[in-house]
Design a protein around this ligand. Structure first.
Ligand SMILES: NC(=O)c1ccc[n+]([C@@H]2O[C@H](COP(=O)([O-])OP(=O)(O)OC[C@H]3O[C@@H](n4cnc5c(N)ncnc54)[C@H](OP(=O)(O)O)[C@@H]3O)[C@@H](O)[C@H]2O)c1
Ligand SMILES: [Zn+2]
Ligand SMILES: [Zn+2]
Length: 446
């Protein structure tokens, strides 16, 4: 193994350079990860500009990191060499502060913070605290999984912990790295989902990601539209503008919540009137724990949620960061190392099945059922993945989705072609024959 690795460090505010560093051994309780992918989060700006509290430069940014363990420090028994894992922002609680003692490690007062107190993932190698890593399922490529470990966990946790109920009206403001995942999570958690963006250009994308309604703040009165719909039970604000946040409060229903995950530089302006009359509230939410990270990845696999990403080689981190800061990323820039590139390219994110896509919904149900049932996801994941990808192509020819009998007739000779052996499943699927013809039908038609 080479004794050095490539890293991209910030050496003074606003300036990156590519450096070669010595590979070091992980300390007690740590692992060394051969990085495959690292997402570029807007929070990285606090490292790049040198303003994150506790930061010293030079520092390697990056806290949406996925790679394989290649070294174990003393006392690490839970993890194995070769295992694929991820690291997020809050990457190790101290275990002794008041928050930790109250069982709230995310709000640890003295945490290890990736890319701030320790070097992060804009590198071929990263040393991480073993207690802070999450296991990454085989169904996700490293580049897909990386953004889920900050942008994903932050929006998923904020929504699932907000005391909402299925069918509630939930809005997501901002369509960046966080927002585009927030829309998908809101939709898949069962909420009536509204996307709030600036301009019409992102409307189609927002709807493809699952938004039922898109509100363009440049052309419409957001508060009036939300109130016409009954008022939002929650608005997840992911943008980087404080002035755009406070003005949304009157769009909430009585007891509605403005959940702040974006961290703008400018203050949030608030009017007390809608807070008091209607008992509305506003609070912040910070990322999550490593096990929340695993929940985020598992839910994304279950519901077929993926970030939309643009991958770039690690060495082009500065350009990719600039693209994110200019608001041009669609929607997450992900740095890929040469090890990551060897894992293959990520696939196109899939559109949700929509009303009228009866066949797609059935396929989706079968895929999740089978994924859940697999004893070892390896033999199953590839055919299932292919199946879902093909179902996306099927969507583009929706006339076929309305003709299951026709499909069945056409595809009888293909029965069983792509179905993994039954022996590999823990129990038989609900309807083996339906599954066979669906699988075959999709292949036949695409
Ligand atoms: N709470 C946490 O744990 C946590 C975790 C990660 C990130 N963050 C923070 O979340 C924020 C977003 O991060 P990101 O990675 O998603 O950033 P990003 O990909 O760069 O997206 C920026 C977002 O800000 C919006 N925006 C920018 N200027 C705006 C304006 N003047 N008015 C309204 N919206 C505006 C954009 O909305 P449009 O779509 O309309 O352009 C876009 O949605 C950052 O502040 C980041 O530090 C917090
Ligand atoms: Zn982040
Ligand atoms: Zn602590």
């Amino acid at each position: 193994m080479k004794s050095t690795y490539k890293a991209v460090e910030v050496y003074e505010p606003g300036k990156f350079r590519v450096v070669e560093r010595q590979v070091s051994e992980p300390g007690a309780g740590q692992v060394r990860i051969r990085v495959e992918a690292c997402g570029i989060c807007h929070t990285d700006a606090a490292t790049v500009m040198g303003v994150y509290p506790g930061l010293t430069l030079p520092r390697v940014p990056g806290h949406e990191v996925v790679g394989r363990i290649e070294g174990l420090g003393a006392g690490v028994s839970r993890w194995k060499i070769g295992q694929r894992v991820g690291v997020g922002l809050i990457a190790g609680e101290d275990g002794v502060c008041e928050s930790c003692r109250r069982g709230d490690p995310v709000n640890c007062q003295n945490p290890v913070t990736s890319g701030v107190t320790v070097d992060g993932g804009y590198a071929e190698v990263m040393i991480a605290e073993a207690r802070a890593i999450s296991s990454v399922p085989d169904e996700l490529t490293s580049a897909e999984a990386a953004p889920l470990l900050c942008a994903g966990i932050t929006t998923y946790n904020a929504l699932r912990n907000a005391g909402l109920r299925g069918g509630d009206l939930v809005a997501v403001q901002g369509l960046g790295g966080l927002g585009h995942l927030g829309i998908q999570f809101a939709r898949h958690l069962g909420f009536r989902t509204v996307a709030i963006g600036r301009g019409r250009d992102k409307e189609k994308l927002a709807k493809d990601l699952g938004a039922h309604v898109y509100i363009d703040t440049a052309a419409e009165d957001v508060v009036a539209v939300l109130q016409r719909m009954g008022g939002a039970r929650a608005i997840l604000v992911t943008g980087t503008s404080g002035s755009a946040m406070g003005s949304l409060v009157p769009g909430l229903s009585a007891h509605g919540k403005l959940i702040v995950v974006g961290v703008p530089q400018d203050p949030i302006q608030l009017n007390a009137f809608p807070l008091v009359f209607g008992g509305r509230s506003i609070y912040g939410s910070l990322t999550g724990t490593p096990i929340d990270g695993e929940d985020t990845l598992a839910f994304s696999v279950l519901e077929n949620i993926r970030p939309m990403i643009e991958t770039v080689p690690l060495e082009q981190a500065a350009d990719a960061y600039a693209r994110m800061m200019e608001g041009k990323a669609r929607f997450r820039m992900v740095l890929v190392t040469k090890n990551g590139a060897a894992q293959g390219t990520p696939r196109k994110p899939l559109r949700l099945p929509q009303r009228g896509d009866g066949l797609l919904r059935m396929i989706g149900d079968h895929v999740s059922k089978h994924t859940e049932l697999s004893t070892d996801s390896k033999p199953l994941s590839y055919p299932f993945r292919l199946l879902v990808e093909k179902s996306e192509l099927l969507r583009q020819r929706p006339e076929h989705a309305k003709m299951p009998d026709d499909i069945r007739t056409k595809t009888r000779p293909y029965f069983g072609m792509t179905v993994p052996p039954v022996a590999e499943r823990r129990e038989r699927p609900r309807s083996e024959s339906t599954y066979h013809w669906l699988t075959s039908a999709v292949f036949e038609m695409t």
